[in-house]
Design a protein around this ligand. Structure first.
Ligand SMILES: *Cc1c(COP(=O)(O)O)cnc(C)c1O
Length: 378
């Protein structure tokens, strides 16, 4: 048993135990096990939290992204063989959503500072088949800038946010732009409530967010066998609904998201203030609490010494992980997919290590882990 486990899911839910059990009991007694008030209330809460006009509870984050792309196909916005740009450093689900819909995933390299999409490279990746850009707010850092928005607007592309790691994150306000919540920035967004996410269900869950009424209607129908009303199927749809029991769990936890995210920021600050060595590169700290919700705290160490770093830390009782060791374009399932060189993504994939930052890791723990790293021989 690690003294500082990477993430202990029982500990994540422990503070909410009584409320979670009560909420589960409420669903069991209700007799309503598909749809209904729990799901509708959560959807309203998600709209209120993010500012997105429509929120649709769905089965998981991958399905949220699949449903968005499928809906655009049903709406005639995108067709088979069209291209969707995505950041090469992401979880594979972003890419599976694209290929599952008969679309071509086009990876674009990342900015080494933010580890998110390098929006300066977008223009060079656009062809006459490009229809959408998927921006991924990876590790909880919002990936949104004027270059992304301008490029999309100039080429008439949809912007889809993969918001799986960034619920509650906001853009920074400046003289020109107000602050907006991730998930309400683009044309549509997918959220995941996988148990390890900043708000996790006790199983799978997800949501689609959008301001677009047509898209919302189409996603809702597709997720429910393609039916717009009972026994009337306008699309060949799926069963991708959010369970009310998960909605009930999420309604307990969602009100605490801002506090949980603030705690993550405090742990990130503690790491940033403690770790001092040239061979451990820290993630860029944000100027404010809000534009990064620290789903992961990802440092870089020399590739040749990463194994040793992780092993020695484990020896000191510190759990670590890698997000992600193999980028999607190097996975066997995408071996035949052509792509441009992606040097930054491939370099970083060999250097990155995630330190503990979730509930269960205190600020004092983060400082102690920082001190352990400072004196670590690896
Ligand atoms: C978790 C995750 C997903 C997929 O969500 P699931 O609910 O696990 O299907 C998609 N994209 C990113 C970036 C994720 O981290």
């Amino acid at each position: 048993m690690m003294k500082y486990p990477f993430l202990d899911l029982a500990k994540v839910n422990e503070p909410y135990m009584d409320e979670l059990v009560a909420a589960a009991g409420r669903v069991v007694r209700s007799g309503r096990y598909i749809g209904g008030e729990e799901v509708e209330s959560l959807e309203a809460d998600l709209s209120a939290l993010t500012g997105a006009t429509y929120a649709i509870g769905v089965s998981n984050g991958l399905d949220a992204l699949r449903l968005i792309l499928r809906a655009y196909k049903e709406m005639g916005v995108i067709k088979d063989g069209d291209e969707v740009i995505y950041p090469a450093n992401t979880y594979i689900a972003s890419v599976l959503a694209i290929s599952d819909c008969g679309l071509i995933p086009v990876p674009v390299d990342i900015d080494p500072e933010t580890m998110n999409l390098d929006t300066a490279l977008l223009e060079g990746a656009i062809t006459d088949r490009t229809r959408a850009i998927m921006t991924v707010h990876l590790y909880g850092r919002v990936c949104w800038d004027a270059s992304l928005v301008d490029t999309a607007r100039r080429h008439g592309l949809k912007i889809i946010e993969d918001c799986a790691q960034a619920l509650g994150a906001r853009t920074l306000a400046d003289g020109l732009h107000a602050s907006h919540c991730a998930g309400a920035l683009g044309d549509a967004a997918g959220i995941s409530f996988y148990p390890t996410k900043n708000v996790g269900a006790l199983g799978d869950g997800g949501a689609v967010l959008t301001h677009d009424a047509d898209l919302a209607r189409t996603v809702r129908a597709l997720a429910n066998y393609g039916s717009d009303r009972r026994y009337h199927n306008i699309y060949c749809g799926f069963n991708c609904r959010l369970d009310p029991i998960q909605a009930a769990m999420l309604r307990v936890k969602l009100p605490h998201l801002a506090d949980e995210n603030a705690d993550r920021f405090a742990r990130a600050l503690a790491y940033g203030r403690t770790i001092r060595r040239p061979d451990v590169i820290l993630p860029m700290m944000s100027r404010e609490v809000t534009d990064h919700v620290w789903h992961q705290y990802v440092v870089r160490v020399p590739a040749s010494r990463r194994d040793s770093f992780m092993k020695r830390l484990a020896g000191e009782g510190v759990g670590t992980d890698i997000h992600y060791a193999v980028p999607p374009h190097l996975q066997p399932c995408y071996a035949s997919l052509p792509h441009r060189p992606l040097p930054v993504t491939e370099l970083l994939a060999d250097e990155i290590v995630s330190l503990p930052i979730g509930t269960g890791t205190t600020v004092a723990d983060a400082a102690e882990i920082g001190h352990i790293i400072n004196r670590l021989d690896f």
